[in-house]
Every structure is written in C-alpha cells, then in structure tokens.
Design a protein around this ligand. Structure first.
Ligand code: SPQ
Length: 426
C-alpha cells in the first residue's frame, strides 16, 4: 500500500473499542451466569479469535451490529471443544485462556498463527505449573501449540519477573478455580482491566500496590459493558495531530485508565498541546475526550514504571521522537522484542530507511530527532502497530512511502486507513 501525505488533519473521531477490555468482556461473560451485553466491542481479528474459542467450548455468542450478547454458563459451564482452539495473532487470547483451560475437566490444544507460535509462553507455563497445571509445548520450545490437560489447581503467590497483564491475568483466572487464594506481584503495575472487570462481575479480588489477590469459586453474574475507545488506537491520532502542522483533532470517548495513559503523559512532556475534556467513569474505567493540536515537540527520556503503561505505544512514540527536536531515549522496554514482531528491531529498521538517526539498544532505542524523514519501502512484518505507526510517519515524509502487508491493521483497528483519510480530507 502507498501511504498518504497530509498538510493538516481536522475533525472529530471515535476510535474502536479497547482491545484488552473487549477480550476480557467475552472471556468473563462466558464464565458468568446469564447474558452479558457488550457495546462498542472491538470487531478486530484478535477479539474475533477470542469469540471463536469460546464458541468452540459451547458458549453461544451473538455478534450483532449493535452489541455482542454472550450467553454465559457459569464458571463450570465450558464444554470440551471438538477441534483445536485457534488464537490467531492474539497473545492476550492465548495467555489468558490458558489460565482458564488449565482448570477445566477436559483437554485442549491451543494454537495460533506463525507469530503466536514464536511468542514466549514459558512466562505463563511456569506459574500455572506451580499451581498444578499440566501444560506442554508441543514442539518443546515453550511456544504454542500448547497441549493443556485440565486438572485441579492450588492457590499460589507468584512473584512475576515481568510487568505483564497477560501473565497476571492468566494466573488470576486460574485462581478462580484454585483451592485457595491466589496472588500475583509484579515489578511495576501493568494494565488492571482484569481486576476491575472481574470485580464488577462479582469476583472476590483485591489490589494493593503491585499485588492482586483473587479468591476462588465466586458466582460471576452477567453485566452490561460499554467498552471505551482504545487509547492504543487513539495514540496514532494523538501523534498525527501533534506532528502534522495546522491540525486539530477531537478524539471522543477514549479510555484513560492510569495503567494505560503513559502515551498522554509522554506526549504532554514532549510539549504536546492536548486538552483532556469531559473526564468520566464508565463501568469502573476512566474515559475522556482528547483535543489534540499541532505542537512543536522535544525529546524526552522514558523508562521505569511508566513503560507498562505505554508499552504498545512505543512504536508511535519513536516516530513522534523522530519528528521532535533533540534526543529521545527509551529504556527498560526489552518486552518490545517479544510482541507481534521484535518492535525494537523493526521500528529501528523502518526509521533508518526513512533517514532517521536511531540506535537500537538491548532494552529500547535512542532517537536523535529533527532531521526531515523521506519516503521508503517499509515492511510491517504483519505487526498492526508497526503498520499504523508508519502510516503516521509517512504523513510528513518527503516522497512516497510504501508499506508491505499494510492490511494487518485488521488485528486491532479495521477502519484505521478510512478514519485517517477522513481527517486528511476535512
Ligand atoms: O494480545 P497481544 O497480541 O499480546 O497484543 C499487544 C498489542 O500490541 O496489541 C501486544 F503485542 O497488546 C498486549 C499488551 O502489550 C495486550 C495486553 C492485554 O490485553 O493484557 C497486555 C500487554 O501485554 P503484556 O505481555 O505486557 O501483558
């Protein structure tokens, strides 16, 4: 695909529903008794994979244009699938569902696409095995396909070496079925949608600092959930509105949960003009409208506890840094290497091709910004966040930019190119 240029971006948009929250609504709705209704659900390929996995385990899920209806059967209502469960490209589906599957009274094979079959699963196999789970990596490489034999589990206190919401959630979900309380402590707090939503469904779950604790065997009851706009999707328009001159964009109803709002903090620190308007709470999640205006940005240093709150936005932050004056240093972000692609290597490869002064490091990157970027032939490596970040980079680049496999945005934002085009044409 040839990516577009823009002299300005103007208008208003609502980004699709939050991916993390959409996944969890389907999973927890399936384990609750009664019909959970979900509006503004993300119709991206990853969330559709989660729906398909639960349908294969006997849960009736209606996907209508207005809402998703999940006819949950309670904690013990899943039935053995007759085929392999396929998580597609979704790490969230693979890791969270593993915690649930570990405790069922049936066996399952869980797999995904080529990217999923390379992503590390030892991080969940280790704690789930401590609980008694029987999980084998078919190819003995600690990756999917995973053979999961359902069994009884015991409660543990797990000190996670990584700040990962997927690890935390996998263990907490297994904890729903354990013989006692289960706790997870992480080095820094990762996104807490599991804790907030499970509590709303009726689970006994508490959080203190970076430790979350769940008690087993709750009665989960159906909910009505309105999914806020995904801040990870809004990030592309925050960045585009800031770097493209003469721009003004109102992004409505964005989830700004403090465990996800690092992009806002960094954009403001870089000198971005962003007004946070109409702040409110919806179903326990903080949301707001964001008014973004073109700004001259400067470099910053990012590391430590803010990293989990902006981990998926780092490709976009790197592009913003390339257009900012001065040096941006991103550190403590080695997790980027085990996402849908190695995001340190691929961001660096693509920005270098566009003429940026960037040095990849073991746990991040150093970007000397301010040099004009030029168009180039880029590769998304089928990573949705790379495709969208570089569609923003291309807006201001001199000459033509081509993106290979640009349609992988379907994973988390199927209407991305149309929404961008609408702002360019206004
Ligand atoms: O689901 P997946 O493929 O892992 O998606 C990504 C993304 O960029 O969309 C990561 F590649 O988001 C993760 C995020 O990085 C979604 C997530 C969640 O919903 O719990 C948590 C983060 O991952 P982790 O490993 O830090 O827990």
């Amino acid at each position: 695909m040839i990516l577009q240029h823009a002299d300005k971006l103007k208008g208003e948009l609502t980004v699709p529903g939050d991916k993390s929250i959409s996944h969890r609504a389907v999973m927890f709705g399936s384990l609750a008794k009664g019909t959970t209704r979900v509006t503004h659900f993300l119709q991206g390929a990853d969330c559709l994979s989660t729906i398909s996995c639960f349908q294969k385990m006997g849960i009736q899920i209606e996907n209508t244009p207005d809402e998703i209806r999940i006819h949950g059967k309670g904690l013990y209502g899943l039935s053995a699938p007759t085929e392999v469960l396929d998580a597609g490209n979704s790490g969230t589906t693979t890791r969270l569902i593993s915690g649930i599957l570990a405790a069922q009274n049936f066996n399952v094979t869980l797999t995904g696409d080529a990217s999923i079959c390379k992503r590390p699963m030892k991080r969940i196999i280790t704690p789930l095995s401590m609980m008694g789970a029987k999980i084998t990596s078919r190819d003995k490489n600690d990756c999917a396909p995973l053979l999961i034999e359902g069994t009884s589990l015991k409660g543990i206190h797990y000190n996670s070496p990584v700040a990962s919401a997927q690890v935390k959630s996998s263990v907490l979900l297994a904890g729903l079925y354990a013989d006692g309380a289960t706790s997870v402590t992480e080095p820094f707090l990762s996104r807490n949608h599991t804790e907030l939503m499970l509590r709303a469904f009726g689970a006994k779950i508490t959080s203190q600092n970076t430790t979350a604790t769940i008690c087993p065997d709750p009665d989960l009851c159906a909910l009505e959930i309105n999914v806020p706009g995904d801040i990870s999707s809004a990030a592309y328009f925050i960045a585009a509105g800031l770097i493209v001159p003469n721009s003004e964009i109102l992004i409505k109803n964005v989830g700004i949960n403090p465990t996800r709002d690092g992009i806002l903090k960094v954009a403001l620190e870089m000198g971005g003009n962003i007004e946070i308007q109409n702040m409110r709470t919806d179903g326990g999640e903080l949301t707001a409208d964001l008014l973004v205006r073109s700004s001259s940005l400067h470099g910053v240093t990012i590391g430590g506890e803010i990293i989990p709150t902006l981990i998926d936005e780092i490709p976009m932050i790197a592009v913003m840094a390339a257009y900012a004056e001065g040096t941006t240093t991103i550190k403590d972000a080695a997790e980027l290497k085990v996402k849908e692609s190695d995001r340190i290597a691929i961001v660096s490869e693509n920005l270098l091709k566009m003429g940026c002064d960037i040095t990849p490091t073991d746990d991040g990157m150093i970007i000397k910004g301010g040099k004009p970027l030029h168009g180039a032939a880029l590769n998304s490596y089928l990573d949705h966040r790379i495709a969208m970040s570089f569609a923003v980079a291309a807006l201001l680049a001199d000459g033509e930019t081509e993106m290979k496999d640009a349609e992988c945005v379907n994973i988390s934002y199927p209407t991305f190119y149309q929404d961008l085009e609408d702002l360019i044409r206004k």
